[in-house]
Ligand binder design. Sequence first.
Ligand SMILES: Nc1ncnc2c1ncn2[C@@H]1O[C@H](COP(=O)(O)OP(=O)(O)OP(=O)(O)O)[C@@H](O)[C@H]1O
Length: 247
Amino acid sequence: MHKDFGDVRALDDVGFEVAAGEFVALLGLSGSGKSTLLRHVDGLQQASSGTVEVLGQDVGSLRGRSLRALRRRIGFVFQQFHLVGSLTALENVCTGALGGLRGARLGLLSYPKRVRHAALDQLERVGLADCALQRADTLSGGQQQRVAVARALLQRPEVLLADEPVASLDPDSAAQVMDLLAEIGAQDGLTVLCSLHQVEVALHWSHRVVGLRSGGVVLDEPVESLNRESAMAVYSGISAPRLAVAG
Ligand SMILES: Nc1ncnc2c1ncn2[C@@H]1O[C@H](COP(=O)(O)OP(=O)(O)OP(=O)(O)O)[C@@H](O)[C@H]1O
């Protein structure tokens, strides 16, 4: 598939498959197309040509209710957490259920009991049940990202997209968040597509690395067949022995 923004080709002949339960890291310089690719998987953007198939459906062909139904099966975690600072951790997690509820919600008690219980379960899974009633803006960055993961998990997704989820975190918090994504991904059989900037993080936590450069896939290898040097070729522009240039 291709994606053009005016004269800019953001994704260039990108084509790869991700198996159910696989944890794929997307690596690439700033502007290489990682976020654009993730947004296509979630149906937030549409390909200029070609198709993006997710959970057996052509995302670009879906509209309205059918697109919303597919998107409920896909969780999204962002670099900047996107929590509402003035709400508690628990309430932020509850907002993950909004896609499946009718009408606006104001305050924790406006959510059905089953949603509140499920939200607390997810907070427990990410190790933050003790902070459930704490305002989100009083939590550390790492804790906020774990709340965001719990919010994404509330809708019981089958696919989890993470756009540089640890780029704003210190190394310890980043490791905790990556541990969580990998553990929960394995426990729930989630398919995870996670853009990252650090090669070491990709090699430590993912099953496979897909490297993008100028919108094209320049590396697609299981981590077992990569080392730091060969994965760094994504950035260097120099062909390494295992570099598979597509497009
Ligand atoms: N909405 C848009 N309108 C115009 N150009 C865009 C838009 N979104 C992305 N682009 C361009 O597409 C290319 C890929 O951008 P993208 O944000 O996907 O890269 P990225 O690898 O995620 O970068 P970063 O690591 O900085 O987030 C860039 O040249 C960018 O300027």
